[in-house]
Design a binder for this molecule. Structure first.
Ligand SMILES: CC(C)(COP(=O)(O)OP(=O)(O)OC[C@H]1O[C@@H](n2cnc3c(N)ncnc32)[C@H](O)[C@@H]1OP(=O)(O)O)[C@@H](O)C(=O)NCCC(=O)NCCS
Length: 165
């Protein structure tokens, strides 16, 4: 079952969203928890939509994706042509079972319904498994920002998919 998640409903997904952000984010550290809550709050404030997927027969099988589409001001339609996947995560015990791909498909439907042409995202350039996941779902690497986290780090890879029909 797919469900739009409002900010007040985010609690069950907090741990997973922490893992999505960084493997060293530790929610027992109150400063890390506050950082994550603030990030999620700012995503909602910008207009992000959070969509969760749950398997009705297995409470362990769930995931969540957030996608940001900012409607264009009247007369500047091109600004509405883009949308960004901000976060995606699947509960660890249920990965490689298609949940992540179904979440991406839901984000794509959401974007397409709003007239989006191009859905894009950024991921860490060294997350080869994640890049493989996006590649399997039709997301093409189009750019890299090598030093976005400072010298000696892998930086971000930008991937995109044309979703207009
Ligand atoms: C990335 C993530 C969302 C994928 O979700 P998922 O439900 O496991 O993905 P799917 O089952 O739909 O995978 C589809 C395909 O993606 C690729 N893929 C997914 N996980 C992979 C892995 N660990 N290694 C290699 N390929 C992988 C495979 O091609 C897979 O198809 P296959 O299983 O038939 O080989 C999930 O692994 C996750 O939550 N990771 C931690 C959070 C994270 O890194 N989020 C992204 C931050 S940008």
């Amino acid at each position: 079952m797919l469900k739009k998640i409002e900010e007040y409903e985010i609690e069950p997904y907090l741990k997973l969203l922490g893992e999505v952000e960084h493997e060293r984010l530790d929610l027992t550290d109150l400063r890390h928890e506050a950082w994550l809550r603030r990030r999620i709050h700012l995503n909602y404030a910008r207009g992000a939509h959070y969509i969760a997927l749950h398997d009705d027969d297995n409470p362990e099988a769930f995931g969540i994706v957030s996608v940001l589409h900012e409607p264009a001001p009247p007369g500047i339609e091109a600004w509405g042509a883009r949308a960004e996947i901000l976060q995606i995560g699947v509960n660890r015990s249920c990965r490689r079972a298609g949940i992540g791909s179904r979440l991406l498909a839901a984000a794509e439907r959401f974007a397409r319904d709003r007239g989006v042409y191009c859905l894009f995202l950024m991921t860490y350039g060294e997350d080869y498994d994640v890049i493989a996941f996006y590649g399997k779902n039709g997301y093409i690497p189009v750019a890299s920002i090598p030093d976005v986290f400072g010298p000696g780090t892998e930086g971000n890879l930008v991937l995109r998919k044309v979703v207009s029909s």
